[in-house]
Ligand binder design. Structure first.
Ligand code: GYE
Length: 318
């Protein structure tokens, strides 16, 4: 009898240990607290900025217990990924649009399926009714800030070469127009060359190498992102020049490698552009799925960092 009691007590104890976790699992697997699923159509691009942005999205998804479906491709692949997300009936979509145009049809399909789309880090020319919000920097502001710094350092007179991002991409278009808006007010400053480095360090290096080989004379390199500016640093060094002195180098993004280059004196300035957009992205998407209002444009604040103030950046770059 005593033995039976001991066995019974043991079985009861084991059951008590196992049951709560069984209930917890049931609660997440079954209805009620079903996990939200979000698709993220990211651009395939060889830049540390973009990797940091992807990490920001992944970390926030994890923190919130959201199931994230990540696709990293070119624009055609992004369109296909969105269609795939729609078929999988995701609850929301984050899209970092490679270029400005070509989105109307697929965004309409998402809207027809009742799936909200939040634009991360770049804008599109599709109607505002097809997307919830654009979360990004003010790219024209970044261009103007860079130009003001250049005009001051050149004292209103000198030659600039511009390393363009993708000419069809929203930030490249606006970083050029914002920059020119200010430069055009200085008759002594001339942009002597402007060419795409496709956002890449290696392409940026090749473009500047070609300019140097062709004997192009310049006082400033203005690059639409830090990666291309670091390519310009390499090109100048291999031509026996001293970047940061023989020509000033300014760009946009504020990645850690640019801060290090500023510290060494290879680069002179960078305008911050935050890639840490995961938290705002999910906040907006969650609000949209609940039918709550979301601002059409959520602009993250930026400031310029140069040799005088780069140590003030809270993380010394992204
Ligand atoms: O500046 C650049 C990236 O869209 C804001 O894209 C983003 C830009 C960023 O390639 O490094």
């Amino acid at each position: 009898m005593k033995k039976r009691l001991v066995t019974f007590t043991m079985i009861l104890m084991v059951l008590l240990m196992v049951l709560p976790s069984a209930f917890a699992k049931g609660a997440t697997d079954d209805g009620g607290s079903k996990k939200m699923t979000v698709g993220f159509a990211q651009i395939k691009e060889d830049s540390p900025w973009r990797t940091t942005e992807t990490n920001s999205v992944q970390q926030e998804a994890e923190r919130l217990g959201i199931v994230l479906k990540l696709s990293v491709t070119d624009q055609a692949g992004q369109v296909a990924a969105i269609r795939d997300f729609i078929t999988q009936k995701v609850d929301g979509i984050l899209l970092a649009p490679q270029t400005r145009s070509g989105w109307d049809e697929v965004l309409q399909e998402a809207k027809n399926a009742g799936i909200p789309v939040v634009l991360l880090d770049r804008g599109v020319d599709a109607p505002e009714s097809l997307w919830v919000t654009q979360i990004s920097s003010d790219f024209a502001f970044e261009g103007r800030e860079a130009a003001k710094w250049v005009a001051k350092k050149l004292d209103g007179k000198g030659k600039v070469v511009e390393l363009f991002g993708d000419p069809a991409a929203d930030p490249a278009i606006l970083r050029n127009s914002g920059f020119m808006e200010v430069i055009d007010t200085y008759p002594g400053i001339e942009v002597v060359e402007s060419k795409t480095g496709e956002w890449s360090q290696d392409k940026g290096r090749q473009v500047v190498e070609a300019w140097l080989a062709a004997g192009v004379d310049f006082d400033v390199v203005y690059a639409h992102n830090d990666g291309m500016a670091l390519g310009a640093v390499e090109a100048m060094k291999s031509a026996g020049l001293t970047p940061g002195k023989d020509a000033l180098i300014i760009s946009i993004d504020a990645i850690k490698a640019a801060f290090e280059a500023i510290g060494r004196g290879d680069m002179n300035a960078t305008v911050e552009c935050s890639p840490l957009l995961g938290p705002l992205g999910f906040k907006s998407l969650i609000a949209a799925t609940k039918g709550e209002p979301v601002d059409k444009y959520i602009i993250t604040p930026d400031s310029l960092y140069d040799q005088d103030n780069y140590k003030n950046h809270p993380t010394m770059g992204f």
